[in-house]
Design a protein around this ligand. Sequence first.
Ligand SMILES: Nc1nc2c(c(=O)[nH]1)N[C@H]1C(S)=C(S)[C@@H](COP(=O)(O)OP(=O)(O)OC[C@H]3O[C@@H](n4cnc5c(=O)[nH]c(N)nc54)[C@H](O)[C@@H]3O)O[C@H]1N2
Ligand SMILES: Nc1nc2c(c(=O)[nH]1)N[C@H]1C(S)=C(S)[C@@H](COP(=O)(O)OP(=O)(O)OC[C@H]3O[C@@H](n4cnc5c(=O)[nH]c(N)nc54)[C@H](O)[C@@H]3O)O[C@H]1N2
Ligand code: SF4
Ligand SMILES: [Mo]
Length: 882
Amino acid sequence: MAKTVHTTCAYCGVGCGITAEVRNPELHLVDIQGNENHPANFGRLCSKGSALGETVSLENRLLTPVVDGEKVNWNKALDEVVSRLHRTIKQYGPDSVALYGSGQLLTEDYYVANKLMKGFIGSANIDTNSRLCMASTVAGHKRAFGSDTVPNCYEDLELCDLLVLVGSNTAWCHPVLFQRIRAAKQQQPAMKVVVIDPRKTDTCDIADLHLSIKSGTDVALFAGLLLDLSVRGVMDADYVGQHTTGLQSALKAAEDSVGSVRLVAELCGLKSTDVETFYQWFARTDKTVTAWSQGVNQSVSGTDKVNAILNCHLLTGRIGQPGSGPLSLTGQPNAMGGREVGGLANQLAAHMDFSDMDDIDRVRRFWKAANMAEKPGRTAVDLFRSIEKGDIKFIWIMGTNPLVSMPDASQCIAALAQCPTVVVSDCIEKTDTSAYADILLPAAGWSEKDGTVTNSERRISRQKALFPMSGDARPDWWIISQVAARLGFSEAFDYSGASQIFCEHAALSGFENNDSCKRRGFDISALACLTESDYDQLEPVQWPVSDSQLSSPSGRKRLFTDGIFFTEDRRARFIPTRFEWQSNQTDSHYPLLLNTGRIRDHWHTMTRTGLSARLSQHIDEPFIEVHPEDAERFSLKEQSFCRVSSAFGTAVLKVRLTTGNRQGTVFAPMHWNRSNSRSGAIGSLVNPLTDPFSRQPDFKHTPVKLEPCHFNWHCVFLTRKKLDMQAFTYATEIRMEQGFRYELSDNRSMIEYLNPGEDRIDYRDPVSGVVHCAWFDENVLQGVLIAGRQSVLCDRSWLQKAFLKREWTVAQRWQLLAAVASQGEGEGKTVCTCFGVGERSICRAIVSDGLTEPAQVGIKLKAGTHCGSCIPEIGRLIRSVN
Ligand SMILES: Nc1nc2c(c(=O)[nH]1)N[C@H]1C(S)=C(S)[C@@H](COP(=O)(O)OP(=O)(O)OC[C@H]3O[C@@H](n4cnc5c(=O)[nH]c(N)nc54)[C@H](O)[C@@H]3O)O[C@H]1N2
Ligand SMILES: Nc1nc2c(c(=O)[nH]1)N[C@H]1C(S)=C(S)[C@@H](COP(=O)(O)OP(=O)(O)OC[C@H]3O[C@@H](n4cnc5c(=O)[nH]c(N)nc54)[C@H](O)[C@@H]3O)O[C@H]1N2
Ligand code: SF4
Ligand SMILES: [Mo]
């Protein structure tokens, strides 16, 4: 009998509810469906969520602790962590120790990690990958509202009449919200969507206006909007008068730096008429939601971008109202939970700060802290610099893969290589970061863990275990508590389970949180006394959840509806934002700007989505998107190789031409790394500048140069066994259902490194250098190799499917050797991941049946009818074919 478990998706900050049917817990067999009752998704899931069942195998799992390369038991591993920690603190003090965590830890893990560092080790050197993700929004919210509080909720994306999406590729990165928006727009065609992004992404599929803004200039656009609204007299004067301060200086700053619509258009590289249209729509639409993500946050002016947006909402009183307000779209499943526990180095805990001695004292008393930190710690980029300088001698990395995801990643590699102690807690054994670990600790992963996460609309949901923990893997909170106990703090870390930690966190949120102290926004004290079974049955709820006057016992959709904020005078602040260039600029050496970000079917550094064959087919190799005119300037062609270099590092990537990018800007995905690609990791190129307020890195803005790069040997190699790619200059590993595909290129034939089997059929042409080769074991296909001096053109998806086939006739072997699919068999590149429908099948159907709408393609082939993420791409195929 299958067991049904209601849990939450492992991936993005939408926080979709999942109904999992566990078919076999030992074999990790599970069917994943969207939970129809979960208020984030109402049954929907995207391609990544739907494929979760394919990523919970034991492949590449870290299942035992490892110390200095030796597998050991937990006792030994924990003793080693503690003795090295002790030694470091004794010799160099608590600030020589750091913890680098993640928005993918559960709230309970995060709470315990923060408590150990700030309350018991006595250093605030605990930062997290949320610094790379949400720090600018946190800083912007705090400057404007006095607290890091998201005022609005998902429903507002459906209720609004104007939706402004700034620096957000919602279609690929928050796909279920994108589906909700699309459905709302279909119901209410008058609703307008504006997309502000230098790239024409799939999100533009629903855009009425796309502002292809010059990278990094959003402050000018929104400062201009503030000015324009005030000139038009579109201002809620009562609201501004009663609930805000600082308007005049914000207007003055806007006037000084942007002045007129014409100047805004010039600064932002936009048409004046488009800017005018956007300003008009914003001015006349009361129900306006502005939602943003990394195009705003990951910038040297990220915090100012956030405040420039918030200023416009404050001026119009559009905050926390149905269908109107600002809504930051968080990235990770628990980035918000991390903000709530205070997991950033400049936060203390539960919306309390180091800037307030009363807060420090309050947390000290609540935790009965032995060594309370009293000042902020080091933030991510600074932290890795301090490791290299030798100021930090012990780092514990938990739930993040910084050697791929940090800017100037080569610097981070150098730092870890010489750090005396590197501890890594991960559920995956081989990652770019784990390669530098002295101690590896096996963490339980999604599907084995139990706890809570908070999504972008402040909704706390339960994540639950589907299977027993594998091998020696343990939850992160357990690992941290064991270390704490061995350090002598057993009383404060004597947790029996996640629910006990959650209750303590909830109690801290309500501790001395009333009007006689400074009231704090984050208050879930009504959940402080949950029993274990209450906790197990906890329904998704939006904080605050408290019995006190400000909140309500069953949570709240919207905040600041009454115009009361968390600043001392209870008024929101307008923040003067001036447009100034602070990023690195292009010059004759590095004439183009590198923008980096995400693709539809992969998650970050691919440690989990890279395990799914289905998710690996939509975009199978690292690439660089280049505008055709830039390509011509630098002698590049579609699918040619390109060396991309910045002042910090180099990558070799395949070119994809697109007119969607602004000229002068190129885009590369962040996902590929040294474990699955020889030259596709982009982190080493990204400049390490950070925003002065939030210290969030400028991931979207690095000057680079492009040079053509030629290889005279190319090969596609499909095999059931993993290949060591070290010998190759260009190599990418792609997961297929029955093994791996490798795309290889070099300057000489590398066939000697590839190992065809004995039972082999060969075709070799010494004149052209072409080699085709397939080998079998008892008539079961083991490998295929196709190499030559030109890049290999063949249908990869068809070759991959050949590995599923059992019996091979002689004729079929020949057909395989020729690598030519017979008519009607070739699917081409996967477009619809859910049903495995390829580009060629879709084009054939469009032509043969004269299809003109994605919905018709759906009826014919099912493509686009499950998660809907591929609908924009199907639309593009229809337009290109017809
Ligand atoms: N498929 C998938 N989904 C994910 C993730 C994933 O790895 N894969 N990760 C999750 C996480 S942690 C995060 S943080 C989110 C990120 O979600 P998004 O922020 O939506 O994703 P990105 O691709 O990083 O960047 C968004 C867009 O910002 C644009 N941009 C760049 N510079 C500027 C600028 O100066 N101004 C403006 N207005 N736009 C600019 C880029 O062109 C890009 O299209 O996605 C989450 N969802
Ligand atoms: N160039 C460029 N770089 C970027 C960005 C960008 O836009 N461009 N975006 C930045 C952003 S917004 C983000 S959020 C980061 C993300 O970057 P990372 O956090 O480095 O990426 P992940 O691959 O999600 O890493 C999570 C790690 O935790 C492991 N893991 C998963 N679950 C658990 C668990 O329960 N416990 C433990 N201990 N480990 C676990 C995974 O196997 C994986 O190794 O990347 C940043 N880097
Ligand atoms: S949108 Fe996709 S990745 Fe994000 S939570 Fe929902 S199913 Fe998971
Ligand atoms: Mo993120």
